[in-house]
Design a protein around this ligand. Sequence first.
Ligand code: ATP
Ligand code: MG
Length: 408
Amino acid sequence: MRLSELFAKTKRASPKDEESKNAQLLERAGFIQKLSAGVYTFLPLGLRVLNKIENIVREEMNKAGGVEILMPALHPKEIWEATGRWQSFGALFKTESAFGGQYALGPTHEEVLYSLLRNHISSYRDLPVCVYQIQTKFRDEKRAKAGLLRGKEFRMKDFYSFHADDQDRDKYYEAMKKVYLAVFQKLELNAIPTAAGGGTFSELSMEFQVPCESGEDVVYLCKKCNEAVNKELAGSAPSKCRSCGGGADEIKTIEVGNIFPLKEKFAKDFNLSFKDKNGNARLVSAGCYGLGTSRAMGAIAEVMNDEKGLRWPGSVAPFKAHLIELDAGASKIYKELVAKGTEVLYDDRAGSAAGEKFADADLIGIPLRIVVSKKTIAKNSVEVKRRYDVQTELIKIPDIYSYISKNL
Ligand code: ATP
Ligand code: MG
């Protein structure tokens, strides 16, 4: 993509109404734009990152046997009354039709899915069922001051598994832990599996927590064996680690995902049952696995940056290479890279100074910078620099593509 075509401009100064690092950087670099507190537009660069994160998540969920669906965001009041959550779900956005009837804007999708599955599950032969979606959620969050970390409108992957018995469900839950770790490894997020209270549903529950000074959660992390417990669950600081007896550090974190058994909780409300091998009716036992995809993007921005700007991991960077044209044309190189399938952001702006182009490249944070000038062209070369390096290197023009394949 040519930078001259990107309508979203970078900003020199941080927006005054943003307190969080991720929002300041993402807005300055032209990835997102705030509409109101906790509500953001994803601009071209930001949408590319979000799509990459969601595609990594999608790929791993498919590998885990999940099938993707897309449920509505507009939910009739009746299904929320069936679970009692029309009243008890504090952050529920409620709205009314001019033609009669009240609705909720979906903050989570158990109500919709259980209503749906009643029509599809009747026998043990129908189980397990593993479904997920990646979708926009709505929650009337009080503290929507943390940019993408806490939106009133945000993106989430929610995965639900339905089983004939608890053993099968627990087996799936254990497998899902590994799937989550694989996702976060690809996102290059250090997400620590953390024992958690599981809110209202169960004692067995796990959160994936990224250490970060500005995080809202507090976790006790064992210095010796790395076992982690959420402070909310542990209550007072544990004097010793439950696993190895070591001492714990108290760290601040961002929750990027959580998994927990729903057990038969909503199956009762919707009478989601099946006939077992002996013909007896039994309630379906479920597990629930959430991952905030827009929050994950915020967390990456929050932890991977320096004084100059963002520093995206290659797996989710909006482009692999940032091609800067100074006093010599780079369109031939750009076209060749694109023809070979390399994702390149090409800074072809005519009226911008070199310093401005370099500063923007650092702010946007694409992993590899390629500079073309009269000086480099005279040597049939380009100058390359990785975002986290200081030194530059000259590469012969015919070798650029192999350099990129090797280094990214
Ligand atoms: P939190 O404790 O942060 O409020 P939660 O435990 O209520 O989140 P879930 O309802 O289980 O979260 O949602 C699953 C995932 O969705 C969370 O782990 C988080 O990554 C993401 N998420 C939840 N609320 C928000 C929000 N307001 N903005 C962005 N992401 C969110
Ligand atoms: Mg939580």
